[in-house]
Ligand binder design. Sequence first.
Ligand SMILES: NC(=O)c1ccc[n+]([C@@H]2O[C@H](COP(=O)([O-])OP(=O)(O)OC[C@H]3O[C@@H](n4cnc5c(N)ncnc54)[C@H](OP(=O)(O)O)[C@@H]3O)[C@@H](O)[C@H]2O)c1
Length: 313
Amino acid sequence: MQAIMVSEFGGPEVLRVQETPVPQARDGQVLVRVLAAGVGPWDVSLRRGGWTGALPYIPGGEFAGVVVGDTGAGAALDDGALVYGYPGLTGCYAQYLTCPPEQLAPIPAGLPVTDAAAAPIDALTAEQGLTDVLGITAGDRVLITAGAGGLGHFAVQIARILGAEVVATASPQHHEFLHRLGAAVVVDHTRPDWPGKVRDATGGGAQRVLACAAPTLDGAAKAARDGALIATPVRAELPDAQRVRWQSYSGQPRGSRLIRMAPWFDDGSLTVTVQSLYYWHSAAQAHEVAERGHTQGKLALVVDTDVAAEMEI
Ligand SMILES: NC(=O)c1ccc[n+]([C@@H]2O[C@H](COP(=O)([O-])OP(=O)(O)OC[C@H]3O[C@@H](n4cnc5c(N)ncnc54)[C@H](OP(=O)(O)O)[C@@H]3O)[C@@H](O)[C@H]2O)c1
């Protein structure tokens, strides 16, 4: 099969198409023919040298594709079933991958495959942060920093679905987008005084916060009231920890949580914004955009040539 492989760390140019054997589905794993793969800032960090496994490796942590043969039988998935998932940090920029059955789920009928490919990591991480960590329920107010990125745009919508009022932060070019997704108040986080604006909008400081990007962590703490709970999946120093309660967490790759979100995708209350789609051989272009850090929603790669032709990519 073909795969994008990284043989040395570096810039986007180290992403090269190579021939490599189709992976073997062992120990109940599902073999998937990949249709599309999501791209996120984690792919950039690993490519720059964050990957601690062996070289070469195949990047990509999320996919949409079809089950091959009877490898999905243990999970009641037929040959050709459409699935999407989060098999791990790597392996998705390829024509085939293997995935533990509990880390994938059927693609909801309401979700195009290219949107599905870009959903698992950020949608799971957003939902987990809002429910398990912050315990958001109807009537709560939540501050979501960096609300227009991959993680943030899912978080804004899921918080609304849970019945919360959302105060979000973003650069000005994303404000209208966030209002459309349901944010009641959007604050410009390019202005140094943004934490004060959030404090004004929340009657003296946010009580619950999902901090979705490293450059917003300082401001998130300043925008929070004393004793507030701030959840973040971002790996960085957590400021002002005497005054506010930080809770670091990692999004878990659980197919069951994707299944729980399926009705939201089906009824259109949860949507995936894919800012740009690329034919997967142009993964380097997608990485150039990802590393700028101002994507609106997500980026995705189309791996299957028929899907690419259909979408005129
Ligand atoms: N541990 C986990 O399980 C896990 C899972 C998912 C994500 N994450 C982490 O969560 C973070 C966000 O991921 P993502 O997929 O949302 O990334 P992304 O799509 O690239 O979004 C980046 C966000 O950062 C904001 N930003 C960039 N520069 C900024 C600045 N100078 N000041 C304020 N905001 C700035 C952008 O907002 P504007 O464009 O509006 O400025 C954008 O919303 C990453 O660190 C990622 O690694 C961790």
